[in-house]
Every structure is written in C-alpha cells, then in structure tokens.
Design a protein around this ligand. Structure first.
Ligand code: FAD
Length: 293
C-alpha cells in the first residue's frame, strides 16, 4: 500500500499522468509510460477526467496497465461530485478488477452547467464511504498549500483537511506551488492541527508559459519574483522556457528534500523528456538516506 512507502526514510518520488483525451489514442499512453517506467518512480497516479477518454484508456484501464505491464505501484484518482453511490460502487469494482487498491479520492471541480449529485458533497464524504465499504482499499486525498480557491481562508481549508484525514485519508498530495516558503508554512500549520499523515509536495515544471498561466489562473498559486522573471524573459522561446522550467523545478525539489519533506509528486503532463531530465538530476538527493531535518 502507498502509505507504507513513507516509512523507509527516503524522499518518496511519484509521477502523475492523465489519460489521453477522447480523440487521442491508447498508443500515446504507452509511449508516455515507456518513457517513464525506467525512471522507477515509487508510484504513478492517473487522473480521472469528467471529459472522458480514448477507447480502452480510461483511468482504471491505465492504472491496471501500470501495475501489470510496467510493474509499478499506482494510485487511481476518483472524483465524486457528479456521482451517485452506485456510480462510485461501479468505479471501485472496475479498480478492483484492474487490481488497483490505492485511490486518490477527490470531489472534482464543480461545473456550473451540471447540478452536482447529492451523495458526496465533499471528498471527505467519498473517503468515509470507501473506508466503510472497501476496507482493502487505501485512500489518499488532495491538499492545498495556499488554500483551495473556494475557501475563505487557508485556516478554514485546513479545518476541512482535518475532516478529510479523520475520515480516513492516509496520505495527501498537494496542489502545485512555486513558492517553497508557502509549502513550509502550510506544513507547520497542518502539523499543529494534528494532521500527521505523509504529505507529498506537488511540483509542476513550467515548460510552457501559456499552459502554466492557465493553470495558475485556476488554482491561484502565488508566484515568486524569480519565477515571474523566467516567464517574462523566456515565455516566448519554447526551448529556453522548457530548460528554465526544468531548472526551476529541480531547484524547488532539492530545497524541499533538504528540508525533509515526505515526498515529491511530479506533474509530468505526460512528458517523459521533462520527467527524465528532472529525475536524473534529483535521484541521488531523493534516495539519500541521511537523517531528515
Ligand atoms: P474537497 O476536499 O471536497 O474540498 C473542496 C472545497 O470544500 C474546499 O474549499 C474545502 O475547504 C471545502 N471542504 C472540504 N471538506 C469540507 C467539509 N467536510 N465541509 C465543508 N467544506 C469542506 N480533479 C479532477 O477532476 N480529476 C483529477 O484526477 C484530479 N486530480 C487532482 C489531484 C490533486 C493532487 C489535486 C490537488 C487536485 C486534483 N483535482 C482533480 C482537482 C480537484 O478535483 C479540485 O481541486 C476540486 O475543486 C476540489 O477537490 P477536493 O478533493 O480537494 O475537494
């Protein structure tokens, strides 16, 4: 089970991928996984999309492939805001059939055009449901170092995070951030609240300025001057932006590891080139078994 990984002293290193879009092909996901698997992440997580995916490439199918073909641990994401209990039972049964026993339980974003279903208003409701009906499944949750956009304050969001952990989340993965200081301050606050499960830091390499601008608009991550200068200077030069974004992510990861974080979750954006460059630069640091500070 995933929470066990955090007990051996090294910094856990995991990847996130997403299923191909509806008009994509299953081949593209094999290409991504071929490029990632020899980097030996501790696990790969697969997102769960409301928009559907290419035939034969839904979250549970990809999660099953990661486990069976690539012999890598896997977490399948699962959202609940538009699901009934019957939908969730069906999804969990599909995960079981793919031998996937780790789920990242999420509410999902609310689509203004779709009335949310009533069974699971929050991720914590999904977590309680899975824990009470499927005791063989390990459940993780999401957290937000700078607060979820719908919360009035970080403090209120951390109160709700405590509900999520008390409901049974055994491990948390954070939203992306570019300011490590914000993450350390968040860790101090959650630990003071008695939230003691492992927390992985979500790192998204900024390799495409427009994509990152869209992402930041959605999640409200704060931007250190060092970061905005990179985008301002290299945003229109694809190769320079990619290399500067990789270097920034490596810098963030090394600082996080030196400060003893539990783990790093790399949002790979299905880009093995970027994941490889970063993995190769940080692997000795993350695998070092020196005592955490
Ligand atoms: P919740 O924990 O329910 O929180 C949502 C809001 O409700 C917050 O403001 C919170 O403070 C508040 N809240 C929480 N619990 C309570 C409670 N019990 N009472 C009152 N208020 C409460 N989206 C996808 O569609 N697919 C994915 O695969 C996906 N993967 C993600 C992976 C990570 C690591 C992260 C950080 C996000 C991911 N998301 C994904 C996005 C996520 O679905 C959205 O951020 C969504 O808006 C919130 O999901 P949540 O699970 O954090 O919700």
């Amino acid at each position: 089970m995933i929470p066990e990984l955090f007990k051996n002293g090294k910094t856990v290193f995991s990847f996130e991928i997403f299923p191909p879009k509806k008009d994509g092909s299953i081949e593209s996901i094999y290409k991504t996984l071929d490029g990632l698997s020899d980097l030996h992440p501790d696990f790969i997580s697969v997102t769960y999309g409301a928009g559907g995916s290419a035939a034969g490439a839904s979250t549970h199918e990809i999660a099953g492939i990661i486990k069976k073909k690539y012999r890598t641990r896997c977490i399948a994401h699962l959202t609940c805001v538009n699901s009934t209990k019957e939908d969730i039972d069906r999804a969990i049964e599909e995960f079981r059939q793919s031998n996937v026993k780790n789920i990242l339980a999420l509410r999902g974003d609310i689509n203004p055009d779709i009335e949310p279903k009533k069974d699971f208003p929050h991720a914590s409701d999904l977590i309680s449901y899975i824990k009470s009906h499927s005791s063989d499944i390990s459940v993780s949750g999401a957290c937000y170092p700078e607060g979820h956009v719908e919360s009035d304050s970080l403090e209120e969001d951390i109160e709700n995070l405590k509900i999520k952990v008390d409901a049974g989340a055994e491990h948390l993965i954070s939203q992306l951030f570019f300011d490590n200081g914000a993450f350390y301050s968040f860790l101090d606050k959650v630990r003071a609240k008695g939230i003691n499960v492992p927390i992985e830091a979500g790192i998204m390499p900024c390799v495409n300025a427009n994509q990152i601008r869209r992402m930041i608009a959605l999640c409200g991550a704060s931007l250190p001057e060092k970061f905005t200068k990179l985008i301002a200077r290299y945003g229109d030069d694809a190769e320079a932006m990619r290399d500067a974004g990789i270097a920034y992510a490596i810098d963030q990861i090394i600082d996080l590891a030196a400060n003893g974080v539990d783990g790093i979750h790399l949002y790979t954006m299905n880009n093995p080139y970027v994941a490889r460059k970063i993995s190769e630069s940080v692997s000795s640091v993350l695998n070092s078994n020196t005592e955490k500070v």
